[in-house]
Design a binder for this molecule. Structure first.
Ligand SMILES: Nc1nc2c(ncn2[C@@H]2O[C@H](COP(=O)(O)OP(=O)(O)OP(=O)(O)O)[C@@H](O)[C@H]2O)c(=O)[nH]1
Length: 309
């Protein structure tokens, strides 16, 4: 089955996320692709959802942030949207204060992770806000930086309000934080879909496009198990995980028990909880520069050990 592309739109309040989404949806429509949108807003009513065309499946998550208070709701909405529609892509517009990795985490439920392909985290920057961070708290400054650090594509938006030297400064600043991401300067988030979807990579023609690299930064890997594994062997495997693996979660079966276990791992700490029902055995990995082949080979080895006994 073809996987559904997922794009996460991140960026501080007012940076231009809705402007970008409106632009993207128009281009997706011209390409006849089936798109759904999930919008998360902190308020009780959605203001931005008016920007979404009527026939586009839309889920709104209001009154909380998907990366913390209403993380579970994103899972439910994603699940419903996937079940009810045949889709090419889902765009998730996050609240301005969402942390991109937490949002990625919320998207990767082991229940349906194998049906999604996280394509990219796209962070928009309000240029003026970026240059004038002096009014922001330390926490908010840190958040703005994190949104840039973890992005695959950084759109430096509202450049109509910048001088040439300010443009150069901001690009240098962003490159220092994220040397792997693709950096693009925009006005009203005006960008070709191909630039976002990694189709045609633009050459550096002028100050308008500064292409650096086109590899996914934070990556996910989904592994399906066909049989149970040995718990000790699995724990040894976990010890080999580098610090750049932020999160592992899923459902597993171990040789010593008939139960399915919900497995959670963050910051090096594993947690196993017995599940009352049997689940599809699947593990989701989220980390920086994950090597799919290495993980796959190691996990396959764990399964083979079991089979050989
Ligand atoms: N001058 C200028 N204004 C822009 C640009 N891009 C967006 N805007 C305006 O900035 C305002 C905020 O844009 P939105 O797209 O609503 O931003 P957002 O990130 O969705 O905002 P929140 O939903 O509050 O987080 C709107 O009035 C836009 O028209 C730009 O490149 N230049």
């Amino acid at each position: 089955m073809k996987k559904i592309e997922v794009y996460i739109l991140s960026g501080f309040l007012g940076a231009g996320k809705t402007t970008l989404l409106t632009n993207i949806l128009q281009q997706e429509k011209e390409r006849n692709r089936k798109i759904a949108v999930i919008m998360n807003e902190l308020g009780e009513v959605s203001i931005d959802s008016n920007a979404i065309p009527e026939n586009t499946p839309l889920a709104e998550l209001l009154n909380g942030c998907v990366c913390c208070t209403i993380q579970g709701q994103l899972e439910v909405q994603l699940h419903n949207i996937i079940e009810e529609n045949e889709l090419d892509a889902i765009y998730i517009e996050t609240t301005g204060v969402a942390h991109p990795i937490e949002v990625l985490d919320a998207c990767m439920s082991p229940l349906f992770a194998d049906r999604l392909q996280i394509k990219s985290i796209i962070t928009l920057i309000d240029s003026n806000r970026w240059l004038d961070q002096s009014n922001l708290s330390i926490q908010l400054k840190k958040l703005l930086q994190e949104q840039v650090i973890h992005a695959d594509i950084v759109l430096i938006n509202k450049v109509d309000q910048l001088s040439e030297s300010e443009k150069a400064n901001i690009v240098m600043n962003i490159q220092q934080l994220n040397s792997k991401g693709k950096i693009i300067l925009t006005e009203y988030a005006d960008i070709n879909l191909e630039q976002l979807q990694g189709g045609t990579v633009q050459e550096k023609k002028s100050h308008e496009q500064v292409h650096v690299h086109n590899h996914l930064h934070i990556r996910t890997y989904v592994h399906s198990f066909s049989r149970s594994v040995d718990l000790n062997e699995f724990e040894n495997f976990l010890k080999t995980m580098p610090d750049t693996i932020y999160r592992i979660k899923g459902y597993m079966k171990f040789r010593h028990s008939d139960n399915t276990y919900l497995f959670q791992y963050s910051y090096g700490m594993p947690l196993y909880l017995k599940e009352p029902v049997t689940m599809k055995n699947i593990l989701v990995f989220i980390g920086e520069n994950l090597d799919h082949e290495v993980l796959k080979a190691a996990l396959n080895r764990l399964e083979r050990k079991e089979a050989d006994i």
